[in-house]
Ligand binder design. Structure first.
Ligand code: SF4
Length: 353
């Protein structure tokens, strides 16, 4: 009989499996808490589950913790992990600003949702690799569980508080798995991370943005916008050819209408686009949107030819938006010394860079 991935199961699903196998209901709760709350990585660690029941459960459920291939620590406290999946593929996952935010109790993890990515954005190291496959629910949630496991070895009270689905892959192209992973990570007997502390970042998969507003209006949405011009965006984000800016803006308006939640519009700034005319076009495009612009000066990525603008250029760009009444901030570069641009660590490891 084929086994089911334990770390991808909701408590209700474990209750069903226990019932089918003649086990008491409380076993499901124990199992769920061991895996989702205490982040154990082996069956042997589940001390209150007896040998007989454990054998039965092992015949139905598989437990695949992610193998830590490499961990890099940045001077700013960012930790970047390269994890190996059960089939040998690798993914990246980043714990942002850990050292600096230690006292503030805000620990954000940037999670991957696919191995590689089919979208192929021009500025993105992951996009250069193409899509290998979607991640399963257990592999998505497992990144948070395993980072928690590793950090707790040094800091037993460590708890992830915020999640951004902004790592490798386009989350809305692995929609069902991402939504279920969110449900798991939100579960009060598990990591208990508030829905409003989780944010999905998309390059603009229009039908899924509208669907997300209905399926989970609590979770946050960030849109990788980058430019207000279709012809430029077509080259930067090939998905724009399918869902151009007028469709994307209409979907964003519908999203905010249904959810009453503000959207974060991400704009990666390079020496190419950090110009006054670009900022003015952006201000016109976002006129009337319930949103906030997050400017992200890019980390240079080998193979893309992109360069980071200087602080003065960034300031001038932000000022144009502010003058137009648009809320704007500039995200600090994190982990620049550890290749924290998405996909870079994996490519380094595999000898592509
Ligand atoms: S930026 Fe995101 S959507 Fe674009 S190629 Fe990279 S991982 Fe894919």
């Amino acid at each position: 009989m084929e086994t089911i991935e334990l770390r991808g199961c909701l408590e209700d699903e474990l209750i069903e499996i226990c019932k089918e196998n003649g086990l008491k209901r409380f076993r499901a709760s124990q199992l769920f808490q061991w895996v989702q709350q205490k982040t154990v990585r082996t069956w042997e660690e589940m001390k209150n589950i007896g040998d007989r029941d454990r054998q039965i459960l092992r015949s139905r459920l598989s437990l695949y913790p992610l193998g830590k291939v490499r961990e890099q620590r940045s001077e700013d406290g960012t930790r970047k992990y390269l994890f190996r999946l059960n089939d040998g593929e690798t993914i990246e996952c980043v714990l942002m600003d850990y050292e600096r935010t230690r006292s503030r109790d805000r620990h954000t993890v940037c999670v991957s949702t696919q191995v590689g990515c089919a979208v192929g954005c021009a500025f993105c190291a992951t996009g250069l690799q193409g899509l290998q496959r979607n991640l399963s629910v257990g592999e998505i949630a497992g990144q948070v569980l395993d980072i928690t496991h590793y950090v707790r070895q040094e800091d037993p009270d460590f708890q992830v508080t915020n999640i951004v689905f902004m790592g490798m892959g386009e989350p809305l192209l692995n929609y069902d798995q991402v939504l279920k992973a969110i449900q798991l990570l939100n579960h009060e007997q598990g990591q208990n991370i508030g829905m409003r502390r989780m944010t999905i970042s998309t390059c603009g998969v229009v039908p899924r943005i509208i669907q997300l507003a209905k399926d989970n209006p609590q979770v946050g949405l960030a849109v990788s916008l980058h430019t207000a011009q279709d012809e430029v965006r077509n080259d930067l984000i090939p998905m724009n050819r399918r869902y151009p800016l007028d469709q994307l803006m209409a979907a964003c308006r519908e999203y905010t209408h249904v959810t009453r939640r503000r959207i974060t519009f991400e704009v990666a700034l390079t020496t190419e686009n950090a110009r006054r005319e670009e900022a003015e076009a952006l201000a016109r495009l976002l006129n009337g949107q319930f949103g906030h612009v997050n400017l992200i000066p890019v980390n240079p990525v080998v193979g893309t030819g992109m360069e980071r603008p200087n602080p003065e250029q960034i300031k001038r760009f932000a000022q144009v938006l502010e003058d137009a009444g648009i809320s704007v901030s500039s995200r600090e570069e994190r982990g620049a010394d550890i290749d924290a641009a998405c996909g870079q660590l994996r490519r380094l490891w595999e000898g592509e860079l």
